[in-house]
Design a protein around this ligand. Structure first.
Ligand SMILES: C[S@@+](CC[C@H](N)C(=O)[O-])C[C@H]1O[C@@H](n2cnc3c(N)ncnc32)[C@H](O)[C@@H]1O
Length: 368
């Protein structure tokens, strides 16, 4: 009899062999738990089969856990998961860090007592508590009259808090850039940018350091770019671009605009041969509905009819039931580029569209 568990395990085996095959094809090493160096598939743009297979494996493991684990045990683990982030905070702030001490001992390992002595941490106090008021915030409407979960807890809105803590600006920018590298390698290929033409002026609204825009600028030498964010972030954005792509900065293709998107965009009319294309990525979910609408309205003065707006965001979605099997899906995407896969609109098998593995609708909706 085919049980739910059998189906998941069989999809898991298929995904594992697709991943191994893709690694072999690319001539890159297998994953090893005893090798802390970054794997070649981490970051950057991976081959599509490896990308999908990795996500599938993670998503399927989550589904198997959800299926077989005692719900009470699971809920206790989920409830206490804040310990992970507070522990990471504790163990990375020591000098040397916990990771540095552990790695320096090689395969011998180190006793907790010695680890505590070497890092100055109390052996029994590696965790600190964090708190969330999400439950309370979940009951209120999405509008600017009601506080966000962050403000309910900290009595200040997130970006006002960042502004009031200039020492947090660098870590915040780094966190956004890292999150982008982890979550978004497929974005650059998913965006329908090939239709935009060889000459546009891309305006990245609430750009942060603008990692995705940087990838787009590298691929489109005729494009110009305006990176728009809060004035306090501009020095960090400039430094990021000067370090990674000095030639783009020196050529004048990128400009940095410190401006609040709650005011009308102060942009001159776009050059006739290089129209504005507005991109707003991972921003709208941060704001209640009325303020999200205001951000978009404020682009209108600089957007004549026909201007393109690209909203790049994880959105909650209920996937349509799909008849595609896991084997068939991997067979159809084999050796194709991400752009070809998107173009072919191959439906994701139901088993692969679920779970954090895809960092998709369901996973990100919960996270945000
Ligand atoms: C979640 S981050 C997204 C950054 C970037 N688009 C990305 O995808 O990595 C949201 C961005 O909105 C910016 N932001 C917040 N309030 C703003 C405001 N009033 N005007 C302009 N940008 C703002 C923040 O500084 C931050 O860089």
């Amino acid at each position: 009899m085919e049980t739910e568990l059998n189906r998941l395990v069989s999809a898991l085996c298929t995904s594992a062999s697709v991943l191994q095959g893709a690694l072999n094809d690319e001539n890159v090493p297998s994953f090893r738990s005893d090798d802390p160096s970054p794997h070649p598939c981490d970051g950057g743009i991976p081959p599509p089969s490896a990308w999908y297979a990795r996500k599938a494996l993670v998503g399927l493991c989550h589904q198997i856990i959800a299926l077989v684990q005692d719900p009470l045990e699971r809920s206790i683990i989920d409830f206490t998961s804040f310990n992970v982030s507070s522990s990471i905070n504790a163990v990375t702030r020591t000098r040397p860090t916990v990771a540095e001490v552990v790695l320096s001992t090689g395969s011998k390992g180190i006793a907790m007592k010695n680890l505590a002595e070497n890092t100055g941490l109390n052996e029994t106090k590696l965790c600190t508590a964090a708190a969330s008021m999400l439950g309370e915030a979940a009951k209120t409407p999405s509008d600017s009259q009601h506080s966000s979960p962050f403000a309910l807890y900290h009595h200040i809105e997130l970006y006002d808090w960042v502004k009031a803590h200039p020492e947090q600006i660098r870590p915040f920018g780094r966190a956004m850039d890292t999150a982008e590298k982890i979550l978004d390698p497929g974005f650059v290929l998913d965006l329908p940018v090939q239709d935009l033409g060889p000459k546009v002026t891309l305006v990245d609204v609430g750009s942060g350091v603008g990692g995705l825009s940087m990838q787009l600028m590298k691929r489109n030498p005729g494009w110009k770019l305006v990176l728009q964010d809060q004035q306090v972030l501009i020095p960090q954005m400039e430094a990021f671009w000067k370090k990674d792509v000095p030639e783009i900065v020196e050529s004048g293709r990128v400009t940095f605009l410190g401006h609040s998107f709650f005011e009308p965009a102060p942009l001159p009319p776009a050059p006739e041969d290089s129209p504005y294309v507005f991109m707003i990525k991972s921003v709208l979910h941060n704001w209640p509905d009325d303020l999200a609408a205001k951000i978009l309205e404020n682009l209108l003065p600089a957007a004549p009819p026909g201007t393109v707006l690209m909203i790049v965001n994880y959105t909650p979605a209920e996937p349509e039931p799909s008849k595609t099997t896991v084997e068939e899906f991997f067979r159809r995407i084999d050796k194709h580029s991400m752009a070809e896969i998107q173009e072919a609109k191959i439906p994701l098998p139901d088993l692969l569209g679920v779970g954090w593995g895809f960092g998709d609708a369901s996973g990100m909706h919960i996270a945000l």
